[in-house]
Ligand binder design. Structure first.
Ligand code: UD1
Length: 318
C-alpha cells in the first residue's frame, strides 16, 4: 500500500478474512495491531500469519478495550463480526451486539481518536432476494435476516459518520468469500469450507434446498486486495461498493466441480432450505472496478484448489 508504515487496526484479525488481511498488510510494511475476542476466530490463524504484529484480546463492543486498541491508529479494517445468517436467526441478540453495537462503538472511537480511514466489511446479504441480477449498489437494500440487518446497520452508521463527522469510511459488500483459514468445523461455516471438509472426510455434503440457489463466490485474495485499495483510494471515502467476482454458480455445480477437484464421488444429502436464505446472489462489480481498480486476481476454480491445498495441510485433515 502506498502509505508509509501506517499503524493499522484489524478487528477480527484471528478470523478467516481478518488474518489473511493482516498477513498482506504486514507484507506491505504496515504496523499491524489485531483486536479479536476469539468468538469465531482461532489462535491457529494468528500462528499462520507471517511477520510480527501486536495482538489485543478483547471485544469490539467493549468501549475500554477499543479506546486503547485505537490509539495512534491511522487506518481501521473492521472485520470483526458474528457471521452467518442461520446463527443470527437462532441468536439475534448476539449478532446484534457484535455487529451493530461493535461497529457503532468502533466508529465512535475512530472518530474521537482521529483515525484517517475506516474500511468496513459490509455484506451482500443487504440485497436480500431482489430478483434483478446482478445486484448493484444503486438498488434499494432488502435485508431478509437479522444478520443482514445488522451488517447493513453498520454500513449506514459508517456512511453517516463520513457525512456528519468527515471520518473517511468505505464499505465493501463482500459476496461469499472463501479460501484458506475459513473454519470448516462449525454448522455456521461457509458452504465451500463445509463441502471440502465433507468430501475429504468421506462424509456426504449437505445441501439446504434443491441446490439450484446460486452465489458469487469470491476468493479471499481478491477481497484482501480490495481492502488495501479501499484504504488508499482518494475517491472511495463515503462509498459502498460490491467486492465480488461478478459471476455466479449454483451449489449443485459447485459441488460437481469440487468432486472433480478432490476426486471424491460422494453425493449430497438434500435437506430443507434454511430460513432467511437468499435464492440467487451475483454482483455488479463495476463500481469497485472503476473506483478501486478491483481485479479478480484469483478465479473460482483456482481458488478452490488453493483452499483444498490449505485444508490438506491444516489441523482439519485427519
Ligand atoms: C451470507 C451472505 C454473505 C456473508 C455470509 C456470512 C448472502 C447472499 N450472502 O452468506 O455475504 O458473508 O452470509 O455468513 O446473503 N449451504 C448448504 N450447505 C452447507 C452450508 C450452506 O447448502 O453445508 C447453503 C446455504 O443454505 C446457502 C448457500 O449454501 O444457500 C451459502 O451459504 P453460506 O456459505 O452459509 O453463505 P450465505 O448465507 O450465502
Amino acid at each position: 500500500m502506498p502509505i508509509d508504515s501506517p499503524t493499522v487496526l484489524v478487528t477480527g484479525g484471528a478470523g478467516f478474512i481478518g488474518s489473511n488481511l493482516a498477513d498482506r498488510l504486514i507484507q506491505e510494511g504496515a504496523r499491524v495491531r489485531i483486536l479479536d475476542n476469539f468468538s469465531t476466530g482461532f489462535r491457529e490463524n494468528l500462528e499462520e500469519i507471517s511477520g510480527s504484529f501486536e495482538f489485543i484480546e478483547g471485544d469490539v463492543a467493549d468501549g475500554t478495550v477499543v479506546a486503547s486498541a485505537i490509539k495512534d491508529v491511522e487506518i481501521v479494517f473492521h472485520e470483526a463480526a458474528l457471521p452467518s445468517v442461520p446463527r443470527s436467526v437462532e441468536d439475534p441478540v448476539s449478532t446484534h451486539q457484535a455487529c451493530v453495537e461493535g461497529t457503532f462503538n468502533l466508529l465512535l472511537a475512530a472518530k474521537d481518536a482521529g483515525v484517517r480511514r475506516f474500511v468496513y466489511a459490509a455484506s451482500s446479504s443487504a440485497y436480500g432476494d431482489q430478483p434483478t441480477l446482478p445486484k448493484s449498489e444503486t438498488m434499494a437494500p432488502a435485508p431478509m435476516s437479522p444478520y443482514a440487518v445488522a451488517k447493513l446497520t453498520g454500513e449506514y452508521y459508517a456512511s453517516a459518520f463520513y457525512r456528519v463527522y468527515g471520518l473517511e469510511t468505505v464499505s465493501l459488500r463482500y459476496f461469499n468469500v472463501f479460501g484458506p483459514r475459513q473454519n470448516p468445523s462449525s454448522p455456521y461455516s461457509g458452504v465451500i469450507s463445509r463441502f471440502i471438509d465433507a468430501l475429504m472426510t468421506n462424509t456426504r455434503p449437505v445441501i439446504y434446498g434443491d441446490g439450484e440457489q446460486s452465489r458469487d463466490f469470491t476468493f479471499i485474495d481478491n477481497v484482501v486486495d480490495a481492502n488495501l485499495k479501499a484504504a488508499s483510494s482518494a475517491t472511495a471515502p463515503g462509498l459502498v461498493m460490491n467486492a465480488a467476482n461478478g459471476e455466479r454458480i449454483s451449489l449443485n455445480s459447485l459441488l460437481s466441480t469440487l468432486k472433480e477437484i478432490t476426486g471424491k464421488d460422494i453425493d449430497a444429502e438434500y435437506l430443507d432450505p434454511r430460513t432467511g436464505d437468499v435464492k440467487h446472489s451475483q454482483a455488479d462489480n463495476s463500481l469497485a472496478v472503476q473506483t478501486l481498480g478491483y481485479k479478480n486476481l484469483v478465479g473460482l476454480e483456482e481458488g478452490l484448489r488453493k483452499t483444498l491445498a490449505w485444508w490438506q495441510n491444516s489441523r482439519f485433515a485427519r
